[in-house]
Design a protein around this ligand. Structure first.
Ligand code: UDP
Ligand code: MG
Length: 172
């Protein structure tokens, strides 16, 4: 199977309107988009996604960051006295993507930049758009094995596989 990676725009990247920037860089490079979805993951889902890091001191902060988001107001009717309660809830929004291409896992990490944005060169996504490690706007799988695990977690119904007409212009 062709190499695939899991790329995600985190809630700060979605809120800041940087989804297009991330997509553009993978498209410009020549990688192929196989799946894309705006998702509202649960805390449990994100804990699973980052389960390898559960012993790290920054884990709780990371999960809070990943579950942060716009406040959604739900109007709740209480019928017995006709009162209306206002319930506020933070809704995390992440853009989940699968990209395919030769060497896409490693090259995807190069496009993203270093984990710490201040250590990332200009020209990388984190280098161009972020400062703090806990607000680094995007995620990319670190190996082919974790990519396949993450793709299965975020796209449990599978993703399309298709042959591009342009492949012969991008690969020799
Ligand atoms: N992170 C953090 N503090 C750290 C290291 C990581 O807040 O000291 C966050 C950061 O958002 C990072 C995520 O945890 O993107 C996952 O960490 P990992 O080491 O897997 O970095 P990545 O693969 O995202 O570059
Ligand atoms: Mg990682």
């Amino acid at each position: 199977m062709a190499e695939r990676t899991y790329i995600m725009v985190k809630p700060d990247g979605v809120d800041r309107g940087l989804v297009g920037e991330v997509i553009k860089r993978f498209e410009n490079k020549g990688f192929q988009l196989l799946a894309l979805e705006l998702q509202k993951p649960s805390r449990e889902h994100l804990e699973k996604h980052y389960s390898d890091l559960s012993a790290k001191p920054f884990f709780a902060g990371l999960i809070n960051y990943m579950t942060s988001g716009p406040v959604v107001r739900n109007l709740l009717m209480i019928t017995y006295d006709n009162a209306i309660q206002l319930r506020k809830k933070q809704t995390p929004l992440e853009v989940a993507m699968v990209w395919q291409g030769k060497g896409v896992v490693k090259a995807g990490r190069v496009l993203l930049g270093e984990t710490n944005p201040l250590a990332s060169l200009p020209g990388t996504i984190r280098g161009d758009f972020a400062i703090d490690v806990g607000r680094n706007i995007c995620h990319g799988s670190d190996s082919v094995e974790s990519a396949e695990k993450e793709i299965a977690l975020w796209f449990p119904n599978g993703v399309l596989s298709h042959k591009r007409v342009t492949d012969s212009l991008i690969y020799e």
